[in-house]
Design a protein around this ligand. Structure first.
Ligand code: MIG
Length: 794
């Protein structure tokens, strides 16, 4: 065991503070007022400079440092870092002197062989969140977790680890929030006070101690700083936000068409159908099955005519089979990972014995990408990366298998956790090369911090049970808190047969998840929306339709994620971390879609639900009844709905129900305004399928809601909005409740030729598309131009 020891020397090299201790070299850098990086390596080693998580490390800033003799103090306008010299210990605190996080005074940083651990004093009542795809309660205090991407088939309530590694967490001590990202992709362990009352720790089984500290103060700030380093999602194609239907597997081609056709016949909006492993010949990647899929191009054409997009699965293992071109070519090009003696590693998966491409080698990523490009040319729209933990029968890829690691070279131990992420990167880059500026969609099972740049994530093989319905909602909450904005779970449950009532509950809340993909296991019952009887079909159609109405909202939220890393689905923690009740087990499955729309998942047989309403005024989405929080609220649930609330101050943009994203909307923007508090919103649109948005082809406008006015800014950007009219739905506004329809409404600034539109005002017209789901109290309709618009309501 080696302990960090005392500081013997310190100096600045560039902006970075270098410290020498009796056993190690330290480097501390400041990136902005709320972000520090701390690196430690044993004497004689050099600092790691490469990174998969942070491909473009920003430049560090000058640090304001004071030497107080026994300690050095670095202070920003926001945060203080105290570096104790003897022995070396760090303490991050607010400027008011509240501890955010501090090294355990007796332990600090310790090496045991190749393992390095940083012990932090457990603060009284300290809470912990994040780590991405982790089961258990959202508040992770008292628990320990391990990061090692794992094919966790049919995982349970507390299984750890799952498929994704994300060594990033948020802590809350003394009421303040901070974040720590352990920048290390080896196996890592996080202890949040499990089995001890003294410390939390983070530990890496290899590599270096290298972490970023984020000062907060709120989850949104921490995520902004974290994603400034690890990257943000680019806008996905709009179709990937539509309803996606999958099964293991739909085949042959006629069956795929029949399923797609049935969506259209039954008038259920949908955009995507998946091909699971049976589309391939003998499960060989980059092949099509001769008999089941004899003419993929024509199948894809027919699906296209039905306005369906096609996503195909890709597994990393390449079947060892003489004359199989992908295998032969892979050997010739030396793309497979090898043992130290030069023999390629063989592991068994669906195709039988396979070799595995080394996705940590740029040349191999290109090779893989070229094959992906071949599928794009055949018309495939998106890709689903599975088995990329990597998963093999027997589960344990031998640790001595070698990887390129971008020329640095290393073993499986170092490459394991980033393998899936690099596979999805290779897949994305390959597809993009031939897409000519069109967007693609990549879905992955395994990934790592930063993987949000390349792909969406689904939470693997869940069960068709209530327990999984609830824990799935928690996983999406936790992934959102950990920098992954585009996530969802297998709607309806993957393994097992859904019991009566489960599907409708699942689909109802999943309609508000960024990724909405229904999937089911081979040999389980059929699990399309029409497979569970008329009532469930009705509920599914309602909620999927509502999702399509909400696409302008979901898309605007994803745009926000591209800007600041804040996910569309937000755990209550985002806004209410000082309300202790949100940490109660019963309430931690609730989530917000954006700032104001709160969804409460419920179990299939529940007749009553206990929900938590944080401070403020809340409207029931379905009938506009209001309640004031903070309060626990017991609500009766109907068979066809789940509890949904909207907070006063909300601005929700909706469109009419479209049945796939290529169907034009009717041009009318339904803007739902919930009075009672001020609010603001950024509505974002673009063409939804190219990257022209990156060069100004977007339409963005800010909307502000005040006590009695609503203001829309002029449109920013060159894209011509699909909306030509706007209808303001006035929720809770006393002026819209009487019979005075429209009187007292005055337009302050806008194109006056639009004025006569006010005569359309009818406060009693039901919300037209989903009368069952939403009833507006009243509305005001106006033509919409790109100019600023202010409406005064009095
Ligand atoms: O060993 O491709 O999680 O969604 O349907 C199972 C078949 C492999 C696991 C995925 C699941 C998929 C299944 N795959």
């Amino acid at each position: 065991m080696e302990i960090i020891g005392d500081v013997t020397l310190w100096e600045f090299r560039g902006n970075a503070l270098h410290l020498t201790t009796s056993h190690a070299n330290m480097r501390i850098a400041q990136y902005n007022v709320s972000t520090f990086r701390v690196q430690a390596c044993k004497t004689g080693e050099t600092f790691q400079e490469t990174s998969y998580a942070c491909p473009e490390m920003p430049a560090s800033q000058e640090m304001r440092l004071t030497d107080l003799g026994g300690k050095l103090v670095a202070e920003t306008s926001f945060l203080r870092l105290i570096i104790q010299k003897k022995p070396f210990r760090l303490r991050f605190e607010t400027l008011a002197g509240d501890v955010l996080s501090e090294d355990d005074p007796g332990l600090g940083i310790i090496w045991e062989d190749r393992e390095v651990t940083n012990y932090k004093t457990l603060q009284p009542g300290e809470r912990f969140f994040g780590l991405g795809e982790k089961t258990g309660p959202l508040d992770r205090a008292g628990k320990q977790y391990r990061n090692w991407n794992t094919d966790a088939y049919a995982y349970g309530q507390n299984t750890d680890p799952l498929y994704v590694s994300c060594p990033f967490y948020m802590g809350m001590s003394h009421g303040n929030m901070y974040g720590i990202f352990l920048h290390n992709h080896w196996e890592t362990v996080f202890n949040f006070g499990a089995a001890n009352d003294r410390f939390s720790f983070f530990q890496a089984k290899g590599g270096q101690l290298d972490y970023f500290f984020f000062g907060g103060p709120k989850p949104a700030d921490i995520l902004r700083d974290y994603t400034a380093l690890t990257g943000r999602i680019k806008l996905p194609p709009m179709w990937s936000l539509g309803f996606q239907q999958c099964r293991y597997s739909y085949y042959p081609d006629t069956e795929v068409l029949r399923v797609a056709q049935t969506f259209r016949e039954k008038n259920i909006p949908a955009d995507v159908i998946y091909l699971d492993i049976h589309y391939m010949q003998d499960y060989k990647v980059f092949t099509w099955h001769d008999e089941k899929f004899p003419d993929p191009e024509s199948l894809i054409e027919k699906l296209k005519a039905l306005n369906f997009k096609v996503v195909v699965i890709l597994d990393p293992g390449v079947k060892i089979e003489k004359d199989y071109p992908v295998y032969e070519e892979g050997l010739a090009r030396d793309v497979f990972v090898k043992y130290p003696d030069g023999k390629p590693y063989s592991g068994a998966a669906w195709p039988g014995w396979c070799h595995f491409p080394d996705f940590t080698d740029a040349a191999v990523r290109l090779w893989w990408g070229d094959h992906v490009a071949g599928l794009v040319k055949q018309g495939v729209n998106g890709f689903w990366n599975d088995m990329n933990e990597p998963a093999v029968w027997g589960h344990h890829t031998p640790n001595l298998v070698g990887f390129a690691l971008e020329g640095k070279t290393g073993t499986h131990k170092e490459a394991h956790n980033i393998y899936g992420m690099q596979m999805s990167r290779a897949t994305k880059e390959g597809a993009e090369k031939v897409l000519d500026g069109e967007r693609t969609f990549i879905l992955t099972r395994a990934t790592f911090s930063g993987g949000q740049r390349d792909s969406a994530v689904w939470t693997g093989d869940n069960h068709a049970t209530d327990e999984h319905l609830m824990l799935g909602a928690r996983l999406v909450n936790s992934l959102g808190l950990s920098g992954f904005p585009f996530t969802g779970n297998d709607v309806g449950g993957f393994t097992g047969d859904a019991a009566r009532g489960l599907y409708r509950r699942w689909i109802a809340h999943a309609a508000f998840h960024p990724l909405m993909r229904a999937h089911s296991m081979i040999n389980s019952r059929q699990a399309e929306p029409w497979s569970f009887g008329e009532e469930d079909l009705e509920v599914a159609r309602n909620y999927i339709s509502l999702r399509y109405q909400l696409l302008p909202h979901l898309y605007s939220l994803l745009f926000e994620a591209t800007q600041n890393g804040i996910p569309p689905v937000r755990s209550l923690l985002f806004y209410y971390h000082d309300e202790w009740k949100i940490f109660t087990e019963a309430f931690e499955n609730q989530f917000l879609l954006g700032q104001h729309l709160m969804i409460c998942p419920v179990e299939s047989d529940a007749k009553l639900a206990r929900v938590y309403l944080p401070e403020g005024e809340w409207y029931q989405f379905l009938n506009d009844a209001t309640q004031t929080g903070p309060a626990e609220h017991l609500t009766e649930i109907q068979r066809d709905t789940i509890p949904i609330y909207v907070k006063a101050g909300a601005i929700l943009p909706l469109q009419n129900t479209i049945h796939h994203v290529d169907e034009p909307n009717d041009g009318l923007l339904r803007l739902h305004l919930y009075f009672g508090a001020e609010g603001s919103y950024t509505l974002y649109e673009d063409d939804g399928h190219t990257r022209a948005n990156e060069s100004n082809a977007f339409a963005k406008r800010r909307i502000d809601l005040k006590a009695d006015t609503v203001h829309m800014s002029g449109v920013e950007g060159d894209y011509k909005s699909r909306f030509t009219k706007v209808r303001f739905y006035l929720h809770g506004a006393s002026f819209s409740k009487g019979n005075s329809g429209g009187q007292g409404i005055e337009i302050l600034k806008e194109d006056f030729r639009f004025l006569n539109a006010i005569s359309n005002f009818d406060p009693y017209e039901d919300y037209p598309d989903t009368a069952k789901v939403v009833v507006g109290l009243g509305y005001l309709e106006l033509p919409l131009s790109g100019n600023p618009l202010t409406v005064q309501l009095s």
